[in-house]
Ligand binder design. Structure first.
Ligand code: PGA
Length: 261
């Protein structure tokens, strides 16, 4: 893992967008794995601006989102599909037929999950997977105790996730209790992973995921097994990391980061 510390959430989002921009310009038909949540919104705002002002081209890009709520129709404003439309897809020149999100209204979830895995495979696998982290350590909806080899499937959400997402719903009772999510194993097959976490409320779980033991109790810790995983954090989310001085030194001294400093 490579940890990159930025001074605040805005700088973290800007750097994440710049890394996605670099990948997309290098490969216009990039297969991009996407995530939803408050951490992602400013990253997508930067990508939309790069499209508007610097012709960042999404016309050949294919996307796969990590997860979707069960029982929320795609056109419902609370669905992850609506989130993606609002924050990114409607703001760039992506062909919506190339944007994939699990169908939370599927009648046969087993078939839907197999279909999602097949689609990823048919596209040649995910080149770059963007990830957030839940306060319970989840990536996607891979809640604690998810198998670290798991594939796309339906999952019950934890009380911590339901509480974290309650702010988006009129009342906590309306937060869905289940989701469809790519598995940890599915995520680990991406060629590259980029996890972004900001804010003091993520500090403890980031330290566990990055520096703690690999455990299904913190599914993000499985990213330690990934050969190319970057973690972008702001100062607040980095504040419980033990190796903080070393991570700062890498960013300040490695030639790879010159253009981003
Ligand atoms: P957040 O969600 O960006 O809204 O904190 C992250 C996650 O739960 O994966």
């Amino acid at each position: 893992m490579e940890v990159i510390i930025q001074k605040d959430a805005e700088a973290a989002a800007k750097l994440a967008a710049a890394l996605i921009e670099r990948a997309l310009r290098a490969k216009p038909s990039l297969v991009l794995g996407l995530a939803t949540g408050a951490t992602m919104a400013p990253i997508y705002a930067h990508l939309a601006r790069l499209h508007r002002e610097q012709n960042l081209d999404f016309s050949l890009c294919r996307t796969f989102n990590l997860d979707e709520y069960v029982g929320i129709p795609p056109d419902d404003p609370h669905s992850f599909r609506s989130f993606m439309d609002r924050h990114l897809f409607d703001l760039v020149n992506i062909d919506k037929r190339n944007t994939h999100i699990p169908d939370g209204m599927a009648t046969d979830f087993r078939e839907e999950c197999l279909h999602y895995e097949r689609l990823i495979e048919e596209c040649g696998g995910i080149d770059l997977q963007l990830l957030g982290i839940g306060v319970d350590g989840h990536i996607g909806f891979n809640e604690p105790l998810s198998s670290l080899l798991s594939r796309t499937r339906e999952k019950a959400l934890t009380p911590a996730t339901i509480a974290q997402n309650a702010k988006y719903f009129p009342s906590p009772a309306q937060v869905p209790r289940r989701g469809i999510t790519m598995g940890v194993g599915t995520i680990l097959e991406s060629r590259e992973c980029l996890l972004v976490a900001t804010g003091i409320e993520k500090a403890e779980i980031v330290a566990k995921a990055v520096e703690g033991p690999i455990t299904s109790m913190v599914t993000a810790s499985a990213l330690q097994l990934h050969p190319r995983c970057r973690v972008i954090v702001d100062e607040a989310a980095a504040s419980r990391l033990q190796g903080i001085e070393y991570y700062r030194w890498i960013f300040e001294n490695e030639p790879e980061w010159t253009e981003f400093r």
